[in-house]
Design a protein around this ligand. Sequence first.
Ligand code: ATR
Length: 281
Amino acid sequence: MPRLAVIGHPVAHSRSPAMQNAALAALGLGEEWSYEAIDVAPEEFEARVRAMAAGGFAGVNVTVPHKLAALAMADIKSEMAREIGAANTLIFRARGIEAHNTDAGGLVASLPRSPRGQRALVLGAGGAARAAIWALGMEAVGVDIWNRTPARAETIRIEVAERARDLEVKIEVTAVQDGRDPGVDLDQSGYELIVNTTAVGLRDEDPFEHLPLRRDGFGPGQVVVDMVYGDRPSTLLAAAAAAGATTVDGIEVLVQQGALSFEIWTGQKPPLDVMRAAARA
Ligand code: ATR
């Protein structure tokens, strides 16, 4: 019986087991396959994954703080996972452990329309930001990065520019400063797509205090994505929606990355509506 799991630390609150088990059941795979959450400390990560690969598991999702370690230990790495420098999906094959990153594709799939040719602003410079920047960059949009600590945004910009040149893909990335800085203007209404990957909002912080955004700076025609999710719409998305922007929440991104992982493991397209309902229950 092929087992699947999400490995994190902590991981108890993950919505992935409910979502993935619902998808397995809907496709009639529920008797055969299963998906669980397993808390593994960083120092045990590699040994545990090797034991799982050897003992009944078909693959795993990997979440914070293991995404870099997951990529590092894999024998085969997808190009997207290599570029992003992190893996969220492993599949255990006869020829070795294969690493993928579905966070990037999941973000693009969650958008109501293709970001091709659009100007995007990514807030943050952590792991989630890297996936977003590569995903949007590959879709040929100009991407600006803002981060509270500007040096981290600049580091990503340089890295992406260098890798893109090596790969001969055109990715335009600019690090931008806070619009409140004298002489520098972050024109919020000039972006067709704004993606918040920062932790702001997780603990009920006011996004309009911590991020370079104005509550009244959104408008129709814009798409605003907030990776932070909870049981109600985030303050950021509520303001964007009130101003007529189209909003995408972190659960939709989670569902889309989970669907891509599901397809990698089972070779089947999962029912998105079933996954969505389970993730939101
Ligand atoms: P992840 O891998 O999930 O993206 P991370 O690497 O811890 O997580 O990154 C968290 C992001 O949220 C960072 O961009 C961080 O900004 P810094 O690089 O300046 O730390 C951002 N962040 C967290 N709290 C913030 C706050 N109060 N205001 C602005 N940005 C914040």
